[in-house]
Design a protein around this ligand. Structure first.
Ligand code: GTP
Ligand code: MG
Length: 463
């Protein structure tokens, strides 16, 4: 066969045997005070550091209460030391965890002690990177470590945990396995003239291809929904002064985030707050009301409004229902970027039952709300979810990243091309190979070093 379908190419581990790594250390718990703080050490010196600090030979994977000592024998802290010999550890190397009292000075002293004993400070994400390089986690799992830590809702955390335990990777691996099988089948046909191929074989190949396409579509749908959970939507509240933008923001956030007064031109700066709607993060931006600015501060504020609008995933254009849209409002509406979904929000419906008609182009969604009574806000939330691309999907989402979606889309396109070329075995086989390569990037079987660097650099230190 021309290509090894499951060839691995993990950057540093490619070809030459793993080079002996140095020992890294970091405070693994967040800065600040807490009941417990953990210093984590990984690498060949972990064992020696353990005995130098605790004065004991630690039994693997047993909690040992011990004094943690400085070089002069003075006690820094008393805590629990845990030693995990490699490869059965998080990183796959020898790992030491010193669980002390979570004060910043204690933690820094313990870290300094580890450095004194030969470790160096870990880079962001380096523990997880080593776990990946030592095959403890694949790339999608490693990314989900960061996503689980950063999860902003229960739903996001659940989806990240599903990726961490390998469910997402298992689905991708199943696709790769099916592709490998189909490729072997197709590549075996390459050397034979067309008339020698059993038509039943061709039919079987087409069936297999169809099955792979269907399950790729499933994975893509679950991943796309997961990406919504991770990234959410940025929605900007825009409109004339005094229409109730800040009041709507406060009501949606359930908190007095922005100042509200009857004075037109209250909000000067953009105010941001993230709310959760069914677990989907919606980043709301309240802005300075649009009008011919009265002073320099307001002018700068309105400039910021337009900047926020240009970066928006959705615009809530707020007006009052008891009057028709003004010329000015219609002009502002016309200035909104054409590709951003806009909802016309008629606020203050509690003041009047007679609502003016909606004017202006592309009426799109029209919502009637009252920031005062809360009327219409459920419909507003529903609209935001719809624009975010959220469909109630139940279980089975993966907290996918854009990187994963791009790879899945690419795989899908190659499968489409494969389907178009089932008659020419060379082309068919080549498209299947490209599909497999795209999928391999998700789990990191084929990843360039710069991609790995970019992924792990976004972790915090100690992870
Ligand atoms: N009755 C009623 N009053 C509202 C409603 N929403 C806002 N208001 C009032 O309208 C006034 C202006 O509200 P804001 O939320 O400050 O309006 P804004 O659009 O943020 O105004 P600027 O910041 O000046 O652009 C305040 O007196 C609010 O109490 C509503 O739904 N019903
Ligand atoms: Mg305001």
């Amino acid at each position: 066969m021309a290509h090894q379908p499951d060839a691995r190419g993990r950057g540093e581990s490619q070809g030459a045997p793993l080079r002996r790594r140095d020992t890294i250390a970091a405070v693994a718990t967040p800065p600040g005070r807490g009941g417990i703080g953990v210093v984590r050490v990984s690498g060949p010196l972990a064992r020696d550091i353990a005995s130098a600090v605790t004065g004991a030979v630690l039994e693997p994977r047993h909690a040992t209460l011990a004094p943690f000592r400085a070089a002069d024998g003075g006690v820094i802290d008393e805590g629990i030391a845990l030693y995990y010999p490699g490869p059965g550890s998080y990183t796959g190397e020898d790992v030491l965890e010193l669980q002390g009292h979570g004060g910043p000075v204690v933690m820094q002293m313990l870290l300094a002690r580890s450095l004194e004993l030969g470790a160096r400070i870990a880079e962001p994400g380096e523990f997880t990177r080593r776990a990946f390089l030592n095959d403890r986690l694949d790339l999608a799992q490693a990314e989900s470590v960061a996503d689980l830590i950063d999860a902003a809702s229960v739903e996001a955390a659940r989806s990240a945990a599903r990726s961490l335990t390998g469910e997402f990777s298992a689905r991708v691996h199943a696709l790769v396995a099916a592709l490998t099988e189909l490729r072997m089948h197709v590549e075996a046909c390459i050397d034979f003239p067309d008339e020698e191929i059993d038509p039943a074989d061709r039919a079987a190949q087409r069936d297999k291809l169809a099955a792979i396409r269907a399950s790729l579509d499933d994975v893509l749908a679950a991943a796309a929904q997961g990406a919504v959970l991770r990234d959410g939507l940025t929605a900007v509240l825009v409109g004339r002064p005094n229409v109730g933008k800040s009041s709507l923001l406060n009501r949606l956030a359930g908190d007095d985030v922005a100042i509200v007064t009857p004075i037109a031109g209250t909000t000067r700066d953009s105010v941001r707050v993230t709310i959760q709607v069914e677990g989907v993060p919606i980043h709301l931006v309240d802005t300075a009301g649009l009008r011919a600015a009265a002073d320099e501060v307001e002018r700068l504020g309105i400039e910021r409004t337009w900047r926020a609008v240009r970066a928006a995933g959705a615009v809530l254009f707020v007006t009052e229902p008891q009057r028709d849209a003004t010329e000015e409002e219609l002009a502002y509406l016309a200035e909104l970027p054409p590709d951003v979904p806009v909802a016309r929000v008629m606020n203050k419906v509690d003041l009047t039952r007679e609502t003016a008609g909606v004017q202006g182009e592309a009426a799109g969604a029209v919502l009637y709300t009252s920031a005062k009574t809360g009327e219409g806000l459920d419909a507003l939330r529903d609209w935001l979810l719809e624009v975010a691309g959220w469909k109630p999907h139940g279980e089975g989402l993966f907290l996918a990243r854009q990187r994963h979606l791009i790879a899945l889309e690419e795989a899908k396109n190659h499968l489409l091309d494969a389907a178009a070329h089932t008659q020419v075995f060379e082309l068919f086989a080549e498209e299947l190979r490209l599909t497999q390569l795209a999928l391999g990037r998700i789990t990191g079987e084929v990843s360039a070093d710069d991609v790995l660097g970019a992924i792990f650099a976004r972790f915090c230190i100690g992870k």
